[in-house]
Design a protein. Structure first.
Length: 202
C-alpha cells in the first residue's frame, strides 16, 4: 500500500463526521472498507447493513453471498484486498427507518472522501457501481433516468476510464426485479464474471 493510501485509510477509519452533524448516527461510527494499491477491481456499494456493522467486514450478509455468486468468486478472492477493493458510498451503517429498512448512505460521506479515494487508487480498471447512489456518483450525468435504464445501458460505460459496470443491489428484496429483468443474468453476468476473472487472476 502506498504511503498516501495508507494515510487516507487511517483518516477514513478515524472519521466521525456523521456523529457531529444532525441527525447523528444512532450508534458509534464504524467505517467499513477494504482498499489496496494493487487491486484493479473496485466494488462500490451503498453502505454497511447491521451485520456488516457488527462484523466490520464488507458484505458479510446474504447480499454479499449473492454478489460473490454474480462475480463468480468465493470469499477467498473477494476478501483478498490485493485483488478486490471495496468502498461503499457511505462507510458507516446509516441506521434504519421506522419500517426496519436501511437508510440511504449518509450524505456527508461521499463529498468528504470519494474523490480523494479514487485519486489514491489510479490502478483501478473497473468499478462495480452497485445501486443508484454509487451509479449517481461514478456515472454522474451519464446515469439514466432509472436504475433499470442505467443497468440496461451497461455496454456504454465500459469504455470509460475506469470502466463502470452498473449493477442492481444484490439484496434479496430485489428478487422481483431480477425476475422481471431476465436479461441481466443472461447478458450482464457473463461479462461481469469474465472481467472479474481477468482482473483478479482467476
Amino acid at each position: 500500500m502506498t504511503i498516501a493510501l495508507k494515510s487516507l485509510c487511517a483518516r477514513m477509519r478515524a472519521c466521525r463526521i456523521c456523529a457531529r452533524v444532525k441527525p447523528p448516527l444512532p450508534h458509534d461510527p464504524r467505517p467499513v472498507f477494504q482498499l489496496s494499491s494493487t487491486a484493479r477491481l473496485l466494488v462500490a456499494g451503498q453502505a454497511p447493513g447491521t451485520k456488516v456493522h457488527a462484523s466490520g467486514r464488507p458484505f458479510t450478509d446474504p447480499s454479499g453471498e449473492r454478489l460473490r455468486g454474480w462475480m463468480g468468486i468465493g470469499p477467498d478472492v473477494f476478501y483478498d484486498a490485493s485483488k478486490v477493493a471495496i468502498a461503499p458510498m457511505g462507510f458507516c451503517f446509516p441506521g434504519q427507518d421506522a419500517r426496519g429498512a436501511d437508510l440511504p448512505p449518509r450524505a456527508e460521506c461521499a463529498p468528504a472522501w470519494r474523490a480523494e479515494l479514487m485519486a489514491a487508487m489510479p490502478q483501478i480498471e473497473l468499478v462495480l457501481a452497485i445501486g443508484q447512489y454509487a451509479q449517481e456518483w461514478h456515472l454522474g450525468k451519464l446515469r439514466k433516468r432509472t436504475l433499470t435504464e442505467t443497468v440496461r445501458a451497461w455496454r456504454a460505460f465500459l469504455d470509460l476510464r475506469p470502466a463502470i459496470l452498473p449493477l442492481p443491489h444484490p439484496s434479496w428484496r430485489n428478487n422481483a426485479w431480477l425476475k422481471r429483468n431476465a436479461w441481466f443474468a443472461e447478458e450482464v453476468l457473463p461479462v461481469l464474471q469474465a472481467e472479474v476473472a481477468r482482473l483478479t487472476g482467476g
